[in-house]
Design a binder for this molecule. Sequence first.
Ligand code: ZN
Ligand code: ZN
Length: 313
Amino acid sequence: MVPVPNRVKSQKKQNKSIIEGASKIEQFVTFWGVRGTIPIPNENMLKYGGNTSCVEVLAIASEKNNSIILDAGTGIIQCAENALLRGDRIFHLFLTHMHYDHIIGLTKFIPFFRQDCEIHIYGQAKFGNSLKEILQKFFSAPFFPIEFFQLPALKNIFFHELNSLKIIQIENIKIEIQSLNHPQEALAYKIWSPDGKSNIVYATDHEHGTHKDVELEKFIRGCDLFIYDSTYSDSNYKNYIGWGHSTAKAGATIAKNGEVKYYAIFHHEPESSDEYLETKILQEAQSVFKNSFLAAEYQTINISELNALLTDK
Ligand SMILES: [Zn+2]
Ligand SMILES: [Zn+2]
């Protein structure tokens, strides 16, 4: 693997210069983990990365930053370390659903193991369990050596159930919520910039082909960046119908119908090498929607400079 400490260091520097240099309201997205299903350390996947789902949306207004973390796959480990280095002590973590690839990073989420952080967790209660009870089960014997009630941050962890909500406000950030087509359901989130001028939609995990595609197209309409479950190529998908995931081409079609500005191909299949992603998955997406790109681990995008992203490649 590319040495992680160097990447964290450069990310920290980048964050510092971003915050100090920001004179207006800006919105940044960092992909900390872009893989689906299971983390995959493999030399053929270094360019796009092997950590599972975690995306950070950082808004900066008047040199004050406001971070929203989406999902807690293994990518959240570096995300949290970087945020702590930046000086963050309050964390807002939105979980799409509770499948392991989206929560496994919580076992090494450093703010849980400190007493000086405030952690807000947002997600759904499910199967008669509150959101808190679900995470208590996750941190319990014989799955994990530390029980939830033993976490050093325990008294500073707050749960926010989203089951009946369509919209939630965190300080000056508005977040909209949409149901996706996935076993046991997943939620998509739309995160607005503080001035309401730009927005990002994070929509994983989702299988296309139902009425929920139309709802999703409506939800994403005109968004600046659409991050979507693009697990399979068209030919692979035939073997996985009903598993709850989608294809790059379906993502591109939804992006096109929803008239989004840019589409980030996300939740890469653990078997997809860098070469396969570039020669197959990306090509399939761009054959339908030109402004498609492959989400890559540690990539930070300034939403107001999305055009440069494609011309830089
Ligand atoms: Zn997943
Ligand atoms: Zn899932």
